[in-house]
Ligand binder design. Sequence first.
Ligand code: 5GP
Ligand code: ZN
Length: 130
Amino acid sequence: MAAPSKPTADPTDPDCIFCKIARGEIATRVVYETDLVIAFDDAHPQAPVHTLIIPKGHYAHLSDGMPDEVTTAVFSAVPVVARIKGVNQSGYRIIVNNGPDANQTVGHVHAHVLGGCPMTHGMIRFSEES
Ligand code: 5GP
Ligand code: ZN
């Protein structure tokens, strides 16, 4: 009988700040963790609750070959994090900045979970240059 295939090792980037957090090389307030994802509070919160959910593997963008199960794991973590942070009832906003036009500043997929206060309805502010 053939040996079971080994799961592919998560891709990692030695210079990526979020990979360092995922590997436990940078001290971070971990909110939630599974085999595939880790959630931690944003270093520069833009709301009373501002938590990031990242895949443990390095994928710069959503379209960089991130397996469906990893995408599912990231978004399945959203309501769990919302419950942990106490915003499940009051509501929260999910933002994924993906690529240059969205002003993604860290090249490792991440979902922002923002909440803890009422937000206006508008989601987008365009750059003044455009
Ligand atoms: P982006 O602009 O790429 O959507 O969001 C990147 C987020 O990562 C920003 O909100 C920024 O504050 C956060 N961030 C950047 N470096 C670190 C870090 O070393 N630790 C934590 N906890 N958050 C970080
Ligand atoms: Zn990374």
